[in-house]
Design a protein around this ligand. Structure first.
Ligand SMILES: Nc1ncnc2c1ncn2[C@@H]1O[C@H](COP(=O)(O)OP(=O)(O)O)[C@@H](O)[C@H]1O
Ligand SMILES: [Mg+2]
Length: 374
């Protein structure tokens, strides 16, 4: 087992004007499950492939343990990668697929058999060892791909969107299986996904990337409770955090016809570049429906109610937003505000409800830079 360190690692593809990965600094602990997450094209696969040795590192270094592997061949890095498309050999049985890398490295036959049987036992693949991939379900193929990585007993597992070919229900089952398998094996794992729910549920820590730049790294709880900037705030959490840019008046922020008091340290951190505005975020569950108190409760016109059984969400918009340049839920006044309410208490469409942000549950970001304030 080993730690993994990205030390200001960058990758610029030939002919590109921006780095695909830009000065990535990330230290992953021995045995840790680290999830790299971000929207499509943000540089997740490139980062993983740099660690695997499949992509050149143009500047910076990559270390596995204390060893600088920046220019070490992939086969000498002691890593095993699970790809999105599994890349199983169609003409080989499950047993042969799982043992193939060991055979190539001239591992003795009885050792291969022992390791393949052991991995098959862990993954529940014993009944399928003599089948070819085409006779397996998607979930079984996924487990064979995992098995192929496990038999190699590598120092680090690398997984690139290994669940994206599974249907929604299987994806949920498999993500808990992979997470508990990783904890049992204790092998340092770097896992790539674009799905923030996977990141929150699987990772010991999450690293969010955007445009090749690391935005924040922390535990799921830290990322959810204290997003470092507006991007992370909007990316982590489902339904997404309501976010809007509003006018500041003294020590209050004006949300439609309501004003909300800001902490003094927050007001003090607003700069000239913010031009008297602040970006405020509040999660759907940070709002509570209350009796109207003119001037201090936020009026929301109900557009749609989504009943999910255990919860319900109101999708509405801010009533009486005077300034069309500002709004919540996105960038414009008519983008939605989402409010979580108890199930079966839904107001009617067109009704106005009044909500309040629960004590200390607003997040403030600089209108100019998007960085967290306070
Ligand atoms: N082989 C390549 N040649 C040139 N550009 C590439 C190559 N692979 C990826 N890119 C570009 O690098 C950026 C990051 O890609 P990638 O790491 O695959 O993102 P992700 O896995 O997060 O979706 C994207 O803009 C993509 O178009
Ligand atoms: Mg990718």
């Amino acid at each position: 087992m080993a730690t993994v360190t990205f030390d200001k690692a960058s990758r610029i593809y030939p002919g590109a004007d921006h780095p695909a990965v830009d000065g990535l600094d990330l230290h992953i602990e021995d045995g840790e499950f680290l999830v790299l997450v971000g929207p499509s094209g943000c540089g997740k696969s490139t980062s993983l492939r740099m660690l695997a040795g499949l992509e050149e590192v143009n500047s910076g270094r990559i270390l596995i343990g204390d060893r600088d592997v920046t220019s070490v061949l992939p086969k000498d890095r002691d890593i095993a990668m699970v790809f999105q498309n599994y890349a199983l050999y169609p003409h080989m049985t499950v047993r042969e697929n799982m043992g193939f890398a060991l055979k190539i490295s001239k591992t003795p036959k009885d050792e291969i058999a022992r390791r393949v049987n052991e991995a098959a036992g862990i993954l529940g693949l014993e009944p399928f060892l003599d089948r070819k991939p085409k006779a397996l379900s998607g979930g079984q193929r996924q487990r064979v791909a995992m098995g192929r990585a496990i038999v190699r007993k590598p120092q680090v597992f690398l997984m690139d969107e290994p669940l994206s070919n599974l249907d929604a229900k299987l994806r949920v089952q498999t993500r808990t299986q992979i997470a508990s398998l990783q904890r049992n094996l204790g092998v340092t794992t770097v896992y790539v996904t674009h799905d923030q729910t996977e990141a929150l549920t699987m990772g010991d820590r999450i690293a969010v990337l955007k445009d090749g730049v690391l935005q924040q790294c922390g535990t799921p709880q830290e990322m959810y409770d204290r997003p470092a900037n507006r991007f992370v705030a909007g990316f982590i959490g489902s339904p997404a955090m309501n976010l809007g840019t509003f006018r500041v008046d003294g020590d209050e922020v004006i949300l439609g016809s309501a004003s909300v008091r800001l902490p003094r340290t927050t007001v003090a951190a607003i700069t000239g570049a913010d031009e008297g505005r602040i970006t405020v975020g509040f999660r759907p569950e940070s709002l509570e429906v209350v009796a109207e108190r003119p001037g201090s409760t936020i009026p929301v016109v109900v557009d749609l109610v989504e009943e999910l059984g255990s919860d319900a969400y109101v999708y509405g918009h801010l009533a009486g937003a005077a300034d069309p340049a500002v709004g919540a839920g996105g960038e414009s006044a008519d983008s939605p505000i989402i409010v979580r309410i108890p199930p079966r208490t839904a107001p009617n469409r067109g009704e106005t409800i009044h909500v309040r942000i629960r004590e200390d549950q607003q997040h403030c970001f600089s209108a100019a830079t998007g960085e967290r304030i306070g």
